[in-house]
Ligand binder design. Sequence first.
Ligand SMILES: [Fe+2]
Ligand SMILES: [Fe+2]
Length: 500
Amino acid sequence: MDKVVSQKIEKWTTSDVVKNVLVYFINFIIIAMLVMGASYVNYKDNSISEFFQYLSDIKKPLRLFMLLAICISVMAVYFTFENKNFLRNAVNSEMLFLIMEVALIINFLVGKYVDIYLRPLALVAILTLFLTNRRTAMFMNILFAIVIYLLDEFGGSGIETKEYIAIIIGFSNGIIAIYLMNNVYSRLKLILRAWAISLPTILFIFITSLEIEFANSTKAFICGACSGMLTVALFVILLPIFEGIFQRVSSFKLAELTDHKARLINKMINEAPGTFNHSIVVSNIAEACAIAIDEDSLLARTCAYYHDIGKIRRPEYFKENQAEDNPHSELTPELSTNIIKSHTIDGYQLAIKNRLPKIIADVCLQHHGTMPILFFYDKAKKLTDGEVDVMQYSYSGPKPQTKIAAIIMIADGCEAATRSLKNRSRENVMKTVRKIVSERMELGQFDECEITIKELNIIIHTVVNNLTGVYHKRVEYPKVNLDGISEELNKEEDEDKKEE
Ligand SMILES: [Fe+2]
Ligand SMILES: [Fe+2]
C-alpha cells in the first residue's frame, strides 16, 4: 500500500448519512413510479382493466420493487467502497439519479411513440462520462441497462423480442460511447463518432432481421442507425443543463476555458505576456503529471492556465513581466511581499467574478499554500537587523486541498526555479526539483491533500523529463564568416545580369 504523506480525513457527519439515505430512498421510489407509470401508459392504450389486473397480480410489482431495490443497493455499496468522498456529497448521488430518471423518461417516450430501436440507450453513459469519470460512467451504464430491462419487462414497452436484449444493446452502446467519446472535445468528432454508437443496435437488427417483415426491418435499420445521433443530440442539449444545476465542470467547458480567446486568457496574453508564457509551461508539466498519477489531465491543464491569473492586476510587479525596471527596488520588503502574496487572493476573486469553476478558483488560492516568500523575508531581515515574523512574509494559504492543486504547486515552483538555473543538465534539474518538493514537504504543504510518496516520486520524474525537454541544450551553430559568401553571391548576381 502506498505510504500516504497526509490523508485528508473526510469525516461523515450524521447529516451526510441522513441526506444520502433520503436521496437513495426517494429516487428508488421515483424510478419505481416511473416504471409503473410507463406500464400505466402502455396498458391504458389497450384496456385500463389490464393495468388494474397488472396491479392486482401483486407478484409483478413486488418483483419490480425487489429487483430495483437490489440495483439501488448495489449502487450504494459500489460508491461506498469505490469512491466514498463522491458518495459523501449527496448532491453527486442526486445528479446520477436525475441523469438516470431523465434518460428513462426519454427512452420510454422514444420507444413508445417513435421506435424501440431509436432509443438513446447510451445517454446515461455519455452524460456520466462527461460529468464525472470513466469508471463511474461504466458502472452507471451497466445499472441503466438493467433499469431499461426492468422498464421493458414490467412497464410493458411492447418490445417484440426478448426484454433482456435491452441489456445487451444498452450495455454495448454505452461501452462504445464511453470509449469513443472519452477526451473528445470537438463537435465534429462527436457527430462522426455518434454513428459508431449505433453499431450494436444495427448488428442486433441484422441478426434478427430474418424474423421481421422487410418493411419493419427497413424502419428498424433506419431507426437503429439514427439512435447514436439522437443520443449525441440529446447529450449536447442536456450537458449544459446538468453542468448548470450541479455546478459540474465537463471537459467541453474546460476545453473552452483553455482557448486563447477566452476572456481572462486573452487579457493575460495582452497585459501579462510573461505570466502567460510561464502558465503555458506549467500547464504542460501539470498535464503530464496528472496523466502519470491518473488524475484529470485536462482539469490540471486548465487550472495551470489560470493559476496566476491574479497577477494581471499588477503585472509589472512580477519578475516574468519585467523588462528592465523592477518597481520593488523602491518599495519596502513588507509592501513588496503584500503585493506578491495578494496575487493568490486576487486570482481567486477574479475567477469567481468571471464565473470560472470553483475548483479553478481554489487552485489560484492554494497554489503557493503557506510558503514563505524567502527573497523579501531575507531582505527584511537584513534591513531590520532583527527578528522578522516569517508569517508576515508567507502566503496566506490554504495549503493544497487536492492532488491537482499539489501538482500545480510543484510544477509552478519547479518551472520558476529551473528557469533561473544556468546549468540545466538533467542532474542539476533533478536536484532542483527534488529540493523544491522536499522543501514543500518539510513545510507541511501536502498535509491537507491525499497525495502519496509514490505519487510525489512519479511527479518528480515527470517534471524532470518535461523540464529537460523544455530547456534542452541546443546544438551550437558553427561560426561562419559571411563576408566570403556574400561576395560570392554578389558576383553570381552580377554575372546573371550581364547575361540578361
Ligand atoms: Fe503564483
Ligand atoms: Fe506561477
